[in-house]
Write a protein that binds this ligand. Structure first.
Ligand code: UDP
Ligand code: MG
Length: 314
């Protein structure tokens, strides 16, 4: 990452199988940016798309080489890695992230910039009347709640990727070398004067969400374990309580055995308790695994993604 910004605005867009959306995105995004009257660049990261996305990006680069840059990954590394790769290369003083599927209308970018001009170093969007499935909307409300309780990150809508950052925040994110990362939360932890604005939300223009249920769970695990030790701590507390309860039970049983004699009826209750305790242990091991796995990835320090090609001028 070069140190001095050479343009005012960098717009960062991860692209994964968005061939049906890109033409419309180009048509809507560039006029908005041209209308700002400031210097800008748009960086697309092609995150290993299997459709025609990269060809469309190439064509776009050919059409507007002055303001378009394209990073091409060799395979799919996920939305946040795609954004990271662009962050490492941005030339702007202000950086805006945007989804390629037009769920975040590009017309809302000036709104973010206005807020930035008011002196904030991070402006997060939150989606006004969200256009996602009932399930997605409520699952996301639930995870917002969990995040609020387990981390000290305050954010109305963590899932909204329409956000603006000042360069120092982005530089801090890049330096942190985070691997399993949740960019909005990481940015929040580095910013000193965050703000939020409501932005319109539209239905996906075409195609379906790239996130499966499983990936959403992974992402939220990254969010919670990446920013707090609370799950481990709660678990320890809970395990402590269970251990105390079990000990009490053992004492009661020992007392009954000594003074009332042998009794067989309680055997299934005992099994029940045993299974319960084993399941608690299993959850605990899994939880520790989440942290160990992440530690492993950081310690291993393997290159996080592989860039096949970069289309850019200069
Ligand atoms: N995306 C990506 N890599 C992935 C999945 C998604 O670069 O592995 C991009 C995708 O092209 C889009 C953005 O990330 O620009 C958000 O993805 P999507 O719309 O599928 O997520 P949702 O809006 O359902 O949360
Ligand atoms: Mg989307």
């Amino acid at each position: 990452m070069s140190t001095a910004p050479s343009v005012f605005l960098s717009v960062v867009i991860p692209v994964y199988n968005e061939a049906l959306n890109l033409p419309m995105l180009f048509d809507r995004l560039y006029p908005v940016l041209d209308g700002l009257g400031r210097t800008y660049e748009v960086i697309f990261t092609n995150d290993g798309s299997a459709d025609r996305s990269f060809e469309l990006l190439q064509a776009r680069h050919a059409a507007r080489p002055d303001v378009t840059r394209v990073i091409d990954f060799n395979t799919n590394y996920g939305q946040h890695m795609a954004i990271m790769a662009a962050f490492e290369r941005v030339r702007g003083e202000v950086i805006v992230t945007l989804d390629a599927d037009l769920q975040n209308p590009p017309e809302e970018i000036p709104k973010l910039l206005e807020k930035m001009a008011a002196g904030h170093d991070y402006v997060g969007g939150y989606r006004l009347n969200r256009q996602d499935s009932f399930f997605r909307t409520y699952a996301s409300k639930l995870i917002n709640f969990v995040r609020e309780k387990t981390t000290n990150i305050e954010m109305t809508d963590q899932g909204c990727m329409l956000r603006a950052y000042r360069r120092p925040v982005i530089e801090a994110i890049v330096r942190s070398g985070a691997i399993n990362t949740f960019i909005p939360a990481l940015a929040y932890s580095f910013s000193s004067n965050p703000a939020e604005v409501g932005v319109k939300h539209e239905e996906r223009h075409a195609g379906v969400s790239n996130y499966s249920f499983y990936q959403l769970i992974r992402l939220n695990f990254d969010l919670i374990t990446g920013f707090s030790l609370a799950p481990l701590q709660y678990f320890t507390m809970f395990a402590g309580l269970c251990a105390g309860g079990s000990l009490l039970l053992v004492l009661v049983l020992a007392y009954r055995r000594l003074f009332l004699g042998a009794e067989a009826e309680g055997i299934f209750t005992l099994f029940g308790i045993l299974f319960f305790l084993i399941s608690v242990v299993m959850v605990g091991i899994g939880l520790i695994g989440e942290y160990v796995g992440r530690t492993y990835q950081v310690v291993r320090a393997r290159q996080r993604y592989f860039v096949r090609e970069i289309l850019e001028t200069k």
